[in-house]
Design a protein around this ligand. Sequence first.
Ligand SMILES: C[S@@+](CC[C@H](N)C(=O)[O-])C[C@H]1O[C@@H](n2cnc3c(N)ncnc32)[C@H](O)[C@@H]1O
Length: 440
Amino acid sequence: MFPVSQLFNAGRIITFKCGKLTPSHLWWFCSFPCHSAAEVVRKGAAKKQVIKKHTKERTPCQQVLDVFDQQYSQDLGDLWASARSLLLDPRSWQYGVMLNRFTAGTDVRQILQSQGFSMFLPPTEVSTRLSDASEKQTGKDSLMSTRGISTCPPVDSHPQCDSTSHVLSQDLQSELFLTSPRPSLQCYIHPYPLRFPSQPHRPGQLKQYYLLNAASLLPVLALQVKDGEKVLDLCSAPGGKALAIMQCATPDLLCCNEPDPHRRNWLTKTLESFLPLSQHNKVIVSAQDGQCFGQSEAVTYDKVLVDAPCSNDRSWLYSSSSQQGEQRLKERAGLPTLQTRLLKSALSLVRPGGLVVYSTCTLSNSENYAVVETVLRDCPEAEPEDLWEEIAIPYSKHFAFGPPYPGHGQTSHHRLGILVVPQPGKTWGPMFLSRIRKRT
Ligand SMILES: C[S@@+](CC[C@H](N)C(=O)[O-])C[C@H]1O[C@@H](n2cnc3c(N)ncnc32)[C@H](O)[C@@H]1O
């Protein structure tokens, strides 16, 4: 294991090796000379038409679709037809915008609100956060002036900056947030599939927001991380949920594990882009196989997240070739075994009384409920916790949840977990989540 801060000394320029970035994205990112949200949005709007021309229509992989049709019509019944039509229409996909609490800019919030985005989480602490932000803004300005550092001048006198946003160096951001980084997960969503532009990587500068499927936040909320806890993110790359954990609380330790070197590199870049130096001693990156993680050390964690490798329905449907689709389908049969081992490993790593959250982004019963069922059968120390009232009911305005898992009585049908199924007007997911407490 090695601290993130050490990794960050190496190459600070993002290399764009990740599979999801196409040449048109790269062209788009490179065309933004400024990091601020306002600038990105302004340029994004101007170039929207050009991007459309550069972006190829995606075609679904028929082999994968055939298998999904067969399996999910059984697993989901009538819900599959509407989920299917959404998954086959990428233009209908929505993206949430998770704000980074370690950047002080209020400009992103203003832009989001002016474009019709609204907060989707219960507004706990938001008013405090907003007043904190303006206090910090005042404090920041005076701190800057005492240090002889100026914020960007108005746009007409400095074309690379925007008067509404201040891009801070990491050192200064760390200093500002060292004393009171009040944790609060803030995510904005839009009623329509409006895509907010990504922010480009700028060495030494923090990004103000992260785009994600809003359903990805549910496993993090279910984990209930509190300040001072030891947390393990067993399957961490590219790091979206690790960032969300750091928005919710200030853990004593967050270990982000990722065995794949290329994805680990991506994870490290994500952490570098979002966390100030003051947080680097709390976050470590490790490279172990999660199935036998920590066999050589006696670390026990308060919370473990197992966001397992899975069929990833949205991505698999758009496999780049039929060969890739077929290869993935072959590997699919082995996923429940790997997932079961990862979940058992997580249970061995959490302290008695601690929590494990298991999640996937597939609708497959055999990778979801069946995995949890096997682990509960084999591990007497594992106690499942029903998330229906805590998560499904409060968030049902935004998310559609799947039918009860067959074979369970009315009273216990959500015991094994809950499944977010994309539906018209509620396009988030797929996302399965299950919470298990280790008995004391
Ligand atoms: C669904 S992705 C995790 C996404 C991540 N949690 C996020 O929110 O950005 C699953 C990850 O598990 C990793 N993985 C695959 N096999 C693993 C193993 N044996 N142990 C730990 N991680 C593994 C994959 O490389 C992949 O990066």
